[in-house]
Design a protein around this ligand. Structure first.
Ligand SMILES: [Fe+2]
Length: 235
């Protein structure tokens, strides 16, 4: 089982501060059933700016520690790219997920559908495939408990549905699927750790077979507690 979204490299973002904590996280992931982890530190201008060489060096150092300590976990490089005006510059020399062509994209709150489409086209023009990180946690894709029935299924009148946020969200999802985007869900969203709305949206997106990949989005040793005993057997 692979973890496609994990802040496990120390000192690069809001993940672990030390390599010792990263080793503890790795051991816990291994115990939980993971065999491979894509290391996806944030890349956000003026907030988390570690360059790709630092990411690769950090990964190599952690992998060496894991090998020495017989922790059977394979690490792969990656980034979580923030969608803003600096994305285009960062994509001049991007770090996709391991040997794949996937570029993980974090969508900020209060962003328009048009900007999301533009960013996905930009990634595709550079020869990569956008992977939307945890869409269930993005306000533009979220649905509320009250309006859940109109999401995708359009159980209300078509006219009303067309006016709803859910209709626009579902159109955006379908559009992004059509142009070949991948969608990564967080395991924790299904367990409710980000709240009811994210959980409901995750279940709906799952039912609609939107997700192509899953990840922990783990940031600390403490963060894995909710997963222990919950994700074994998931693919
Ligand atoms: Fe993340």
């Amino acid at each position: 089982m692979y973890d496609f979204h994990c802040h496990i490299l120390p000192g690069l973002d809001d993940g672990p501060k030390t390599i010792d904590e990263a080793v503890e996280m790795s051991a816990a992931l291994c115990k939980t059933g993971f065999t491979g982890v894509y290391c996806t530190p944030h890349l956000i201008k003026s907030v988390y700016e570690a360059n790709n060489d630092l990411v690769l060096d950090s990964l190599a150092a952690l992998q060496t520690r894991l090998n020495n300590e017989n922790i059977n976990l394979e690490l792969f490089p990656g980034r979580e790219y923030y969608l803003d005006e600096f994305l285009s510059g960062y994509l001049e020399n991007p770090l996709p997920l391991g040997e794949t062509n996937f570029i993980m994209l974090e969508i900020p709150i209060h962003i328009s559908a048009e900007l999301i489409k533009d960013a996905c086209f930009l990634i595709k023009r550079r020869g990569f495939v956008p992977m939307i990180a945890h869409p269930e946690r993005c306000s533009i894709f979220s649905t509320s408990a009250k309006k859940e029935k109109s999401w995708f299924g359009f159980t209300g009148s078509q006219r009303n549905a067309k006016n709803s946020k859910q209709y626009e969200s579902s159109r955006l999802i379908e559009y992004l699927k059509d142009i070949g985007c991948a969608f990564q869900g967080n395991f924790g969203s299904f367990l409710g750790i980000y709240g009811e709305a994210a959980q409901k949206t995750a279940n709906i997106l799952s039912k609609m077979r939107v997700y192509t990949h899953f990840g922990t989005d783990l940031h600390s040793r403490a963060g894995i507690k909710y997963l222990e005993g919950n994700v074994k057997g998931e693919k």
